[in-house]
Design a binder for this molecule. Structure first.
Ligand code: SAH
Ligand code: TYD
Length: 406
C-alpha cells in the first residue's frame, strides 16, 4: 500500500498515464535501447488534499549535468522573474544587508535581478550544466540538492536568510519535510518563504494533464500547502495567482503568528472547496476529461495527416512528454519538433522518439499545422510567429480544449 508523501495516509491511484520516460530525457538514437521507463500513476490524498505521483525516478536521473531545461529560453519568463524579484526587493527585504536564497535557480533567471542590484544571494542548483551558466553570469551558486544538511552549511558560511525563494521547484521534491526543516534552519525568525508552482485548480479546470510528469511529483493547492507548512509551525500569509505555466500559484509563508494573514488565503480555500478539490469525484471526472482530450487530439492529428498535411510540434517541452506518450503520437503524425534549445536539437523526444530540430527548420519551410506544446508561452510565440499564420499555417492547441485556432 502506497502512503501519502506528506501525511503518511494510505493512498490509491485515481489514474495511470501508462509507461513514461524521463520527461526531459531527450536522447540519441544509440540510447534508445537503454531508455528508462516508469509507470506514471496519480493519487489524491483524502486526508491532506495533496495530489501526487506514486513513482518518481531517482533525482540524479532527472537533475544532472545533462539537464535539458534552461529557464532563459523564454523572454516572457525573464520578464516574469524580473517582476517577481522587484516585488521581493520592494516589499520583503530589510534595508540592512539582506540575504536571499533561491532553490532550483537554474541558469539564474531570477537571481540575476538580485545580483544586478548587489544584493547578497545564493542559488542552490543541482544540475551542474545550468548552474554553470548562472555562475558565468556572476551569480553565486552552490551545485547541490537543497535539504536540512545543506541549510546548516549555508548558515555557518553566510548567516541566516531573509527570504527563501523557489519557482517551479518545490513541486519537484518528494522529501518536502526535509526541505522545510532546512528552511526552518536557514530562515531568520521573521523571514519569509515565497514560492510558486503550477496550480492544481488550473490543471483540473483546463484538463492540463501535461503538468503531470516525473519531475512534478506534486500538484499543489492552497489547502495542501497550508496543511504541509502547518506541520512545521508555519502558515500561508498570502497568495498570488500567476498566469505562468498555464496557471500557477505563488505562496507567501511565514512562521506562525509573525505576520498578518491576508483575506485572500481564506477566499482561495473557500474557492477550492467550491471546486470540490477535496472530493475524490473531481479526480474521477478529471480522468474522464483526460481520456476525452487524448482521443480528440489523436483523432485531429490522424485526420489532418491522412489528408496530406504536414504537422510539426512547436517547442520540445518536458510537458509534451506526457501528451505525446499518453496520446500515442509518433513521427508518422508529427514530422519533427522545433526547439530553440541547442542541447535538445539533433536528439529525439523521450519515449516516442520524434526528432527535435532547430527552430530554423520550422522557419525555413512552414508546415500546414503546428502543434503548440508550449501553450503556456502562447502570447510570446504568437507575437513572433505572425508570418506562419499569414502564410496559411494554423496552430493546434489542446489546453483548455483540443482545437485548431482560427
Ligand atoms: N526556477 C527555474 C527552474 C525550474 S526547473 C524556473 O522556474 O524556470 C527546476 C529546477 O530545480 C531544475 O533546475 C532542477 O535542477 C532544480 N532542482 C531539482 N531538485 C532540486 C532540489 N532538491 N534542490 C534544489 N534544486 C532542485
Ligand atoms: P516550457 O513550457 O517552459 O517547458 P517545460 O514544459 O519543459 O517546463 O518551454 C520551454 C521549452 O520551449 C524550451 O525547450 C524552449 C522551447 N521554446 C521554443 O522552442 N520557442 C519559444 O519561442 C519558446 C518560448 C520556448
Amino acid at each position: 500500500m502506497r502512503k501519502c508523501l506528506i501525511c503518511n495516509t494510505p493512498i490509491q491511484p485515481f489514474m495511470s498515464f501508462g509507461k513514461m520516460p524521463i520527461a526531459n530525457g531527450f536522447l540519441l538514437r544509440e540510447e534508445f535501447a537503454s531508455e528508462y521507463f516508469f509507470e506514471l500513476q496519480v493519487a489524491f490524498c483524502e486526508h491532506c488534499g495533496m495530489v501526487q505521483i506514486l513513482e518518481q525516478p531517482d533525482r540524479e536521473q532527472m537533475f544532472n549535468e545533462n539537464y535539458a531545461f534552461f529557464s532563459g529560453t523564454s523572454e516572457g519568463m525573464k520578464i516574469h522573474f524580473k517582476a517577481f524579484a522587484d516585488d521581493v526587493m520592494r516589499n520583503y527585504l530589510p534595508s540592512d544587508n539582506p540575504f536571499v536564497v533561491e532553490i532550483g535557480s537554474n541558469d539564474g533567471i531570477m537571481l540575476q535581478n538580485f545580483a544586478e542590484n548587489h544584493i547578497r544571494h545564493l542559488g542552490i542548483e543541482p544540475s551542474s550544466n545550468v548552474a554553470e551558466v548562472s555562475r558565468e553570469k556572476g551569480i553565486q551558486t552552490v551545485c547541490s540538492f537543497f535539504d536540512a544538511v545543506l541549510a546548516r552549511q549555508i548558515v555557518e558560511e553566510h548567516g541566516q536568510a531573509d527570504v527563501f525563494l523557489g519557482a517551479n521547484v518545490m513541486c519537484h521534491i518528494p522529501y518536502l519535510h526535509s526541505v522545510i526543516e532546512g528552511i526552518d534552519i536557514l530562515l531568520k525568525p521573521d523571514g519569509l518563504v515565497l514560492f510558486e508552482d503550477p496550480y492544481l485548480g488550473s490543471v483540473i479546470e483546463q484538463t492540463s494533464y501535461d503538468q503531470i510528469y516525473d519531475e512534478h511529483v506534486f500538484l499543489f493547492s492552497v489547502t495542501s500547502i497550508r496543511y504541509l507548512f502547518a506541520q512545521h509551525g508555519m502558515e500561508v500569509v498570502d497568495i498570488a495567482p500567476q498566469k505562468t505555466h498555464g496557471g500557477s500559484m505563488r505562496y507567501i509563508i511565514a512562521r506562525k503568528g509573525t505576520r498578518a494573514v491576508s483575506p485572500q488565503v481564506s477566499h482561495c480555500l473557500k474557492s477550492e472547496e467550491l471546486m470540490g478539490l477535496h472530493e475524490p469525484a473531481v479526480y474521477g471526472a478529471f480522468k474522464k476529461s483526460c481520456e476525452t482530450s487524448r482521443d480528440a487530439l489523436l483523432k485531429l492529428l490522424t485526420d489532418l495527416r491522412s489528408s496530406g498535411n504536414r504537422i510539426v510540434g512547436y517547442a520540445a517541452t518536458s510537458k509534451s512528454t506526457t501528451i505525446i506518450n499518453y496520446c500515442g503520437i509518433n513521427s508518422d503524425l508529427i514530422e519533427f519538433i522545433s526547439d530553440t534549445t541547442p542541447v535538445k536539437q539533433g536528439k529525439f523526444s523521450p519515449g516516442a522518439h520524434i526528432p527535435v530540430r532547430p527552430y530554423e527548420e520550422f522557419k525555413s519551410r512552414y508546415p500546414e499545422y503546428a502543434l503548440l506544446f508550449a501553450y503556456n508561452h502562447a502570447a510570446e510565440i504568437m507575437a513572433k510567429e505572425k508570418d506562419f499564420v499569414m502564410s496559411g499555417g494554423r496552430w493546434i492547441v489542446y489546453v483548455p480544449k483540443v482545437q485548431v485556432l482560427e
